[in-house]
Design a binder for this molecule. Structure first.
Ligand code: HH2
Length: 275
């Protein structure tokens, strides 16, 4: 098992996780990084702009998407990982053990699994064997159908109970607790109100004792809150406000597409918090 510091030491609060979607169909970027050369250049740019880690993904999880086969996901991400995973801090956004294994062999240090180790029975073991960091994210349902009728008794306590259970599952599978971070999964089986309630009461998720990741960047709830009921994305201005308020409520890692602007906004917010 690789020796690594606890994730809270590895990623200071706040840290920005830059997004590189090597996909033709992500909701947020219209396929700009589907070409490997473009994805490699983007990863390097995001790191230079101050991303603490670059999250490389080969499968869109936007509402309505059906997923991709293992071979296709590998075909998309491997050339990018080969070029950058030993040069930059990299996470792999995947639910497949076969993709995670290749990424970890190529130098990725974190597995970002939107299924919180429920999607592939081999993934927990893979993370444990490699001593990798892992992000466990909450999602109600699956991407294809998750936005049809999201419902909770109380979204914050339901998500907290889920994350607590998945953390216990990860630890039982041999993943040290100090390698795990948790994410309430903004936009994954949630209405606009659910997403904002999760931010409003983020302290409940933070009190689980693990670093919290928030990915509000460009998400449709931002565009819908601003008055467009059919929005499929949200603007940068709103993404920055969501990231800063998440940070102020205790989030550690902010997952974002526009890294430079997020680093600048969070630098100001953290100067206020610590001086
Ligand atoms: N959001 C997306 C994908 N992965 N991972 C975590 N931990 N948290 C998130 O909020 C999250 C995530 C969706 O955003 P994006 O990658 O831009 O889009 P797509 O899934 O369409 O590629």
């Amino acid at each position: 098992m690789a020796s690594r510091p606890p994730i809270e030491q590895r990623f200071a609060r706040p840290s920005v996780m830059g997004v590189v979607n090597v996909t033709p169909d992500s909701f947020s970027d219209g396929g700009v990084n589907y070409d490997p050369a473009a994805a490699i250049a983007s990863a390097r740019r995001l790191a230079a702009e101050g991303a603490a880690i670059v999250d490389v993904g080969g499968e869109s999880t936007r509402p309505g998407s059906a997923g991709v086969a293992l071979d296709e996901e590998l075909r998309r991400v491997v050339p990018v990982l080969e070029a950058v995973a030993r040069e930059l801090p990299v996470s792999i956004d995947t639910a497949k053990a076969g993709v995670a294994e290749r990424a970890l062999e190529l130098g990725a240090e974190l597995v970002n699994d939107v299924t919180a180790l429920r999607g592939d029975p081999r993934l927990a073991e893979m993370v444990a064997e490699h001593g990798a960091y892992v992000c466990l994210m909450h999602m109600q349902g699956e991407p294809r159908t998750m936005q049809l009728n999201p419902s909770y008794d109380d979204v914050v306590s339901d998500v907290a109970a889920f994350l607590e259970e998945r953390l216990a599952f990860a630890v039982a599978a041999g993943i040290p607790e100090d390698r795990v971070c948790l994410d309430p999964g903004i936009g994954f089986g949630k209405t606009v109100e659910h997403n904002f309630e999760l931010l409003r009461r983020l302290d409940v998720i933070v009190s689980l004792g693990r670093p919290v990741v928030i990915g509000f960047s460009r998400k449709r709830s931002l565009g819908r809150l601003l008055g467009d009921p059919d929005a499929v994305t949200g603007p940068l201005s709103a993404s920055l406000a969501a990231a800063v308020t998440a940070y102020e409520r205790g989030a550690t890692i902010l997952r974002a597409h526009d890294v430079k602007e997020h680093v600048e906004a969070l630098t100001v917010a953290s100067a206020v918090a610590t001086t």
